[in-house]
Design a protein around this ligand. Structure first.
Ligand code: HEC
Length: 106
């Protein structure tokens, strides 16, 4: 009977490991922050933070758009116009992470 307990423990450990291993590709504030301060969304070496510099700015910009679809729209506008990048799909991990990062700033 002891064997069976070990097998279950191993299965549990393996599933925990795979859960944390794919956490990086799930929507998170951490990913959003990385995108906001990094230059990967565009092609001109700028980041969102190049223009939206202060926490006060970000807070004000985000609160103007209380509903997500409108916020996604302006973010994609900034990506294409100001970063010379490709718009993000509305339901992508990147877009949702940017949104939750910006909304996490209080
Ligand atoms: C080259 C400068 C620049 C870059 C880079 C930039 N933005 Fe903007 N962003 C602006 C300007 C200018 C506005 C319009 C502000 C206005 O009309 O008052 C704006 C507007 C916005 C708004 C709406 C707020 C408002 O006041 O209308 C949001 C949200 C936003 N940007 C997010 C982002 C995000 C996220 C990124 C990165 C993916 C980004 N921006 C990159 C300059 C930039």
């Amino acid at each position: 009977m002891k064997h069976i307990a070990w097998v279950w423990a191993l299965i549990f450990a393996a599933s925990l490991w795979s859960y944390t291993a794919c956490a990086e590709s799930q929507t998170s504030v951490k990913i959003g922050k990385k995108l906001f301060y990094g230059t990967s969304l565009g092609t001109n070496g700028k980041s969102c933070a190049s223009c939206h510099k202060t926490i006060e700015n970000i807070k004000k910009d985000t609160s103007k758009y209380p509903d997500d679809p409108a916020l996604k729209n302006v973010i994609n506008g900034c990506i294409t116009e100001n970063l010379k990048g490709k718009p993000l799909p509305d339901d992508s991990t990147e877009m949702n992470s940017l949104i939750i990062y910006m909304r996490s700033i209080k």
